[in-house]
Design a protein. Structure first.
Length: 267
């Protein structure tokens, strides 16, 4: 029988809540997350919960709940929106439960254990995410207000998909291990997941556990300005491109506040 580590003491949970939320919201969210952590087998290193309310009166789901959990160096994240804060907290708990189950599946795979058939498998689009709505900011008012630059992880497509799903993101920028190429993986129905690379080398990518297709088209060489134009013209949530100067893979994406975010590899 494979060794199963005993649950370890949960660290203090950081809760950030706006003052105008319904009374007891912070305590309710803390209790919901603690219930989930009782079932986690690996050491829980960090927990943070954020509860906020949108100031936009036109927003149909103004209450936002987000939880970030570090389980032995692996991150899980849930970010949801709803019409009321209690419902947002319930949805956050449901989403985080799924993310923690995916983490557990990952640890079982690393130890050579076989999870039960059908249990928390790689099911693309199988569950609603209740993601927050994007603010409908006019294109002429949008700016790049967040620029993140970091060393890209060198990992397999399976690891990249796992990290993307664990953080509840729509895409993940990384350096593909077998090819050394800057790459992005994202969800693409009905096949499951799609991989794009600066210089595609699908013949070097072996069999994957997730349902994955590889784009044969190289990433277009663009400036940030032309990437903005392309994204707005085509109505895409993000654009993966090779920077005209560095030739490295970049991602320009829509933020929930209607502005742009930019992710670039650290040189």
């Amino acid at each position: 029988m494979a060794h199963r580590p005993m649950p370890t003491q949960t660290p203090g949970i950081q809760v950030e809540a706006q003052s105008d939320l319904p009374p007891g919201s912070a305590e309710l969210a803390r209790g919901k997350v603690l219930t989930l952590l009782d079932e986690v087998r690996e050491p829980v290193l960090f927990v943070r919960i954020r509860l906020t309310r949108s100031n936009n009166p036109a927003t149909e789901r103004p209450y936002l709940a987000q939880a970030n959990v570090d389980v032995n160096g692996r991150a899980a994240r849930a970010h949801v929106a709803s019409e009321t804060m209690p419902e947002a907290i319930d949805l956050m708990q449901d989403r985080l439960s799924l993310q923690l189950a995916r983490l557990r599946r990952h640890w079982e795979t690393l130890r050579g254990e076989m999870p039960a058939a059908g249990e928390h498998g790689w099911r693309h689009g199988a569950e609603p995410t209740h993601r927050p709505d994007h603010f409908p900011r006019p294109a002429e008012e949008r700016e790049v207000i967040r620029h993140k630059s970091f060393s890209l992880a060198r990992e397999t497509p399976d690891e990249a998909v796992f990290e993307m799903d664990g953080m509840d993101y729509g895409f993940h920028l990384f350096t593909e291990l077998a090819t050394g190429e800057d790459s992005v993986v994202y969800r693409a129905a009905p096949t499951g997941y799609r991989l794009a690379q600066v210089h595609p080398q699908p013949e070097k990518i072996g069999t994957t556990a997730v349902p994955l297709t590889v784009s044969p088209a190289p990433a277009p060489r663009l400036t940030v300005a032309t990437a903005k134009t392309r994204m707005d013209t085509l109505g895409q949530p993000f654009v993966f491109f090779a920077d005209e100067v560095t030739r490295r893979g970049n991602v320009l994406y829509h933020r929930y506040d209607g502005h742009y975010g930019l992710i670039t590899p650290a040189e």
